[in-house]
Design a protein around this ligand. Sequence first.
Ligand code: PEP
Length: 249
Amino acid sequence: MALRKLVAGNWKMNGTRAALPELPEIEAAALNAQGRLDVAICPPFTLMSEAAAAAPLLAIGAQDCHHLESGAYTGGVSAAMIADLRARYVIVGHSERRTYQGETDADVRAKAEAAQAAGLIAILCVGETEEQRDAGRADLVVAGQLAGSVPPSGKAANLVIAYEPVWAIGTGRTPSVADVAAIHELIRAKLIELLGPEGTGVRILYGGSVKPENAGELMAVPDVDGALVGGASLTAAQFVPIIQATAAL
Ligand code: PEP
């Protein structure tokens, strides 16, 4: 079943207000492609309000959320606070947070549940390291992350999975089309096992060094329902061609 694709940009810890002029052009490309795909930008928390004002018709997301709604958690930002900004998405379990903040599958699941409770769509990231792939354990690792972090209440309407092999993030390297196809097929089967028929409608994004040059090829792979894009989402010059290549499929 072909699902409506989502192309989401993750700005990570990049961007000050000087980056906001990139957004209207991205918004225009998203509007041109409307009906064929969804587009979102996930800027740092500091830019979310101004990003929404600079491109009011572009969907905005956050890059993380706290699993609780409010309280004495200095520096924390809850899913309810993100929803209050009229954001639609929140990334949870990005490998950089799993690595640098030590987030576990249980933490990621709690965040995804908080996102759903706040009415947001969680973009839940999974993916193996190079060492795990070389040891032939990529499938096991990804299936284990899904089992541990996908909320049982996950629905097509409030959950998106992003498969991001850690070794492909920011490196310019990508898996072969055959490898992407194989692991996305496995993720689809696991989602159906975990969520029942609802699992057929959960979008599965590919992420890791998606660029204008490889977007068309990667987005055409079966069960690739869009892209999570890091570096190439920082400028309209790079991100717009990715949107256009995806919309052209
Ligand atoms: C990411 O950060 O989610 C990502 C995929 O980064 P990049 O596109 O830069 O590899």
